[in-house]
Design a protein around this ligand. Sequence first.
Ligand code: DGJ
Length: 371
Amino acid sequence: MKHKLSLISLLVLFLTTGLVNAQAPAGKATAFTPGKIWPDNKGVHINAHGGGIIYYKNKYYWFGEHKIAGEAGNSAQVGVHSYSSTDLYNWKDEGIALAVSQDSTNDIAKGCILERPKVVYNKKTGKFVMWFHLELRGKGYSAARAGVAVSDKVTGPFKFIRSYRPNAGKMPFYAAGTPESEKVNCANPAEDDKFFCRDLPGGQMARDMTVFVDDDGKAYHVFSSEENYTLHIAELTDDYTGHTGKFIRVYKGQQTEAPALFKRNGVYYMIGSGCTGWAPNAARWFSAPSIWGPWTHRGNPCTGNGANLTYGGQSTHVLPVQGKKDAFIFMADKWAPKDAIDGRYLWLPITFNGNDISISWKDEWNLSEFN
Ligand code: DGJ
C-alpha cells in the first residue's frame, strides 16, 4: 500500500510540475497558454523568436530566431528555425530554414545578429523570400542592414543573397498635395530629418522589421530606421528580393520598434513597441486608409493589468487565422536576454470595435474565441 501511494504521488508530481512538457513529446494541445513553455512535436520548447508565420498549402509555417542558452544566445549561433502546424496549437519541428555561415567573412557568419526573420511567398516566381535584420559579427548594432535569402521550398534551405541598407540616394514618397514644408530638405535638415539625410548616400538603417504582402501581390518591408527614431515602409521589387526606392517615413522621431502589419476590411493596421532594448514597454498601434498613409497613431491597444508593458512582451507579427472572419492573433515575444533560449511567446486575440482594436490578457484561450 505504502509503495502504491508513493508511486501515485510521484505521478501527480510529474504531471503537475510541467516537466512532462519540457521533456516528453507533447500530447495534443487544444489551447494557447501565453508565457508558458510551448513544446513542439518532440517535447522541446519552440525555438522561433522574433518570428512570423505564413500560410501555404493548408499549413502554417512559423519562422523565427533560433536561440541558444545563456547570453550568447542573443547572437545567431545557428540560424532561423522553422515549424509547421495545421491547427496553430501543435507545431512540428521542420529544422533550420536558414543556417548561419561557418565562413567568418560571410555577412551571416556564425555570431552575427540575425533578428526578426519574416518569410513571404512570391506567387509570380514561386519562391519563398526571407527578410531579416542583420548586424555583422563583432560590430554590435552598427551595421543596421536588411538581409534577404530565397528558397524553392517553404522550409528551406534558404540561400542567403545579400545584405544592405535600403534606398540609398532615394527621397521619400509624398502623397499629391503634401506641402513643401512637410517634406524632408537635406540642404537644411530639420532635427527629425538629420539621420535620414546623413544616411541618404549610403542607404537607410534597417533594424526591427516585418514584411507585409498586400492583396494585389505587392510586398512591403517595414523597418525601424534612422537610429530607430523613425519607421520606414518601403516597397519591394516584384520578385520581393530588393527595394524599388518608393517608401514613406512614419511616426517621425518617436522610436517605434517591432512593427507588425495587417489589413482588415481595406484598413491597414500596424502594431509596434517603443524602444527599450530587451525590456518590455507599452505597445502602440496605427491605422491608415492606404499603405502609403496617412498613418495615424492610435495609442496602446493593450488593456487591463500589464497593458503598460505589453504583459511583458514585444510585438513580432499579427497572424490572420485562416477560414475565420476578423480573426487575428497578436504575436509577441517575452525576451529572456540572460538565457535567450527561454524566451516565451505571448499570443493573444485581437478584438475589433468598428475600426478600433484592443488586446487583453488571457491565461489560456483557443480559437473559438473568434466565433
Ligand atoms: C529590441 C528589438 O525589438 C529586438 O529585436 C532586439 O533588437 C533588442 N531590442 C536588442 O536589444
